[in-house]
Design a binder for this molecule. Structure first.
Ligand SMILES: [Fe+2]
Ligand SMILES: [Fe+2]
Length: 183
């Protein structure tokens, strides 16, 4: 898997994927998630970044993925759901839980499983990431509960997108609301 992925992605992105796999395995240990699923989903989460931005819509349509106006405006978002399909196509990952975690790693989703949450968060804090609030999120990865941790990640992501004046994906709002409503 690693060999194939390394041949498809530029080096810095491949290294990011290794970082997400390691971080996801660590979080899996903390939260009682299957570490093998976490490692594989982490490794492959960005596998569809092999497609250029202007191919995303065509590749998604070719596979019958259904998506909304936000993806149409920001096709790069499609690398997540496309990655879920690609994991099966190219890496023989048949586990639907792993496919789902990959497909939700960028904007979240409704009723996120612990595996979904771990991959979403690992992508934000793997060792190669560097942005102003990353250290405080890393601290949560060590001492917060799963929902508290992911809530901070979803909020950070919405705040970032808001600040940039970009579209907010409804699934991110949905995921955040659900966690808040769960209390
Ligand atoms: Fe990604
Ligand atoms: Fe990523």
């Amino acid at each position: 898997m690693k060999q194939r992925l390394a041949s498809k992605l530029k080096r810095s992105r491949y290294e990011h994927c290794l970082g997400v796999a390691e971080t996801a395995a660590f979080l899996a240990g903390r939260f009682g998630v299957n570490p093998e699923q976490a490692r594989i989903a982490g490794l492959l989460h960005d596998c569809a970044r092999e497609f250029s931005n202007d191919m995303m819509i065509a590749e998604a349509e070719k596979r019958g993925l259904d998506f909304g106006p936000v993806e149409r405006a920001m096709p790069l978002l499609l690398h997540a759901p496309l990655g879920g399909v690609r994991a099966a196509e190219l890496y023989d990952v048949q586990d639907p839980a792993v496919q789902q975690a990959i497909s939700r790693h960028t904007v979240g989703g409704s009723q996120m499983t612990p595996l979904d949450k771990i991959i979403y968060f690992a992508d934000m804090i793997e060792p190669g990431r560097d942005y102003p609030r990353v250290e405080s999120l890393r601290r949560l990865s060590r001492d917060a509960g799963l929902n508290e941790m992911v809530l901070a990640g979803l909020s950070q992501s919405i705040a970032f997108v808001l600040h940039k004046n970009h579209l907010i994906h409804p699934d991110t709002v949905l995921a955040r609301n659900e966690i808040l409503l769960e209390g």
